[in-house]
Ligand binder design. Structure first.
Ligand code: DAH
Length: 333
């Protein structure tokens, strides 16, 4: 009978190993170690054995066979449970991966790019950077720049007035030139300064004008400064900023704060010209307003539009699109 039990055990183990579903496993368990199973049936046959010792010995073999089959069945059950759990996890998995199609890092506005490059070029030429307030007094914006009340040149600046103090005494600065006065009042000469910033004019926007735009001012104050220093500085700047193939020229003009005054143009390699800005020798009245003695100090100044510069550089034909939020425009630069 022991042989029979061992054979039944081996058979049970083979069948348990072969099942491929939990249902098949339950069937095989029922048919082997279940109450009516083949192995359990040996227990019923123990009573037919005469000797107690034999019963004990054979009973032990039956118990071993059942325990072995039970262990194998448990292992298979665990195996199926694990497989079910794994499949369930796979089915319920939520994909939290964030898909970024392409890098979306932004970049500086083209006016900011021009502003920063201008600062780089001028600091490379030995200039320091200064900034002044956007809300100015009439004194700094006009009077100290040799434009007393009712000076005709004031009418060229369509001024935004701020409702503060005596009517007309506070303005949004119409140019960066007032910063010249502030720098002269605060920095002991010699002065080599550039003053970039935002300026405001009450103008209707069109392809070449905006009510808010940007300028950069230059101021040099030293002993024995002449018009040749102005021309040389503009030329050095032109080559450094635009490239070796570019050159500059001064054209006689008029500004109240400089005497003599000149406009300056940049010549492109193809021979065409860009009208860039104004310049001149600092007027003695302006030096005095800045607290400097015109007998001791002389200097030159210049100023031009930064937006203009960016517009020219990138061939933009309408300045208004430079301030639109149209990504098709913005992403080109
Ligand atoms: N402030 C002038 C303007 O806005 C530009 C200018 C002209 C600045 C001559 C200067 C200068 O420093 O010398 O039109």
């Amino acid at each position: 009978m022991i042989e029979e039990i061992r054979a039944a055990q081996a058979d049970a183990l083979v069948r348990l190993a072969a099942v491929s579903t939990p249902i098949e496993l339950s069937d095989v368990i029922a048919e082997t170690i279940g109450k009516k199973g083949v192995l359990a049936a040996f227990r019923n046959r123990l009573g037919g054995l005469v000797s107690v010792d034999e019963r004990k010995a054979v009973g032990a073999v039956v118990n071993e066979a059942i325990a072995a089959a039970q262990a194998a069945a448990d292992a298979r059950r665990t195996e199926f449970a694990t497989a079910v759990r794994t499949a369930q996890l796979a089915a319920e998995r939520i994909d939290l991966t964030e898909v970024i199609a392409r890098p979306t890092r932004g970049h500086s506005h083209i006016v900011t790019q021009a502003w920063e490059r201008l600062e780089d070029v001028f600091t490379g030429l030995g200039f320091q950077v200064a900034e002044g307030p956007e809300v100015e007094t009439d004194f700094y914006n006009f009077e100290a720049l040799n434009m007393p009340p009712s000076h005709p040149a004031r009418s060229m600046h369509d001024t935004f007035f701020v409702d503060y103090g005596t009517p007309g005494s506070t303005v949004l600065r119409t140019h960066t030139s007032p910063v010249q006065i502030r720098v002269m009042q605060h920095w002991p000469p010699p002065i080599y300064a550039i003053m970039p910033g935002r300026v405001f004019r009450n103008e209707t926007p069109d392809a070449t004008h905006l009510p808010v735009f940007h300028q950069i001012e230059g101021l040099v104050i030293d002993r024995h400064i002449t018009l040749a220093d102005l021309a040389g500085t503009i030329e050095a700047f032109t080559k450094a900023f635009f490239g070796e193939g570019f050159s500059s020229r001064l054209r006689p003009s008029f500004f109240p704060f400089t005497e003599p005054s000149a406009e300056f143009d940049i010549r492109r390699p193809d021979g065409t010209w860009i009208e860039l800005g104004g310049s001149g020798m600092v007027h003695p009245n302006v030096l005095r307003a800045g607290g400097l003695d015109p007998e001791e100090w002389s200097g030159f100044a210049f100023g031009f539009g930064i937006d203009r510069m960016a517009k020219e550089r990138h061939g933009v034909d309408d300045i208004r699109v430079m301030y639109s939020d149209d990504l098709r425009f913005v992403e080109q630069f």
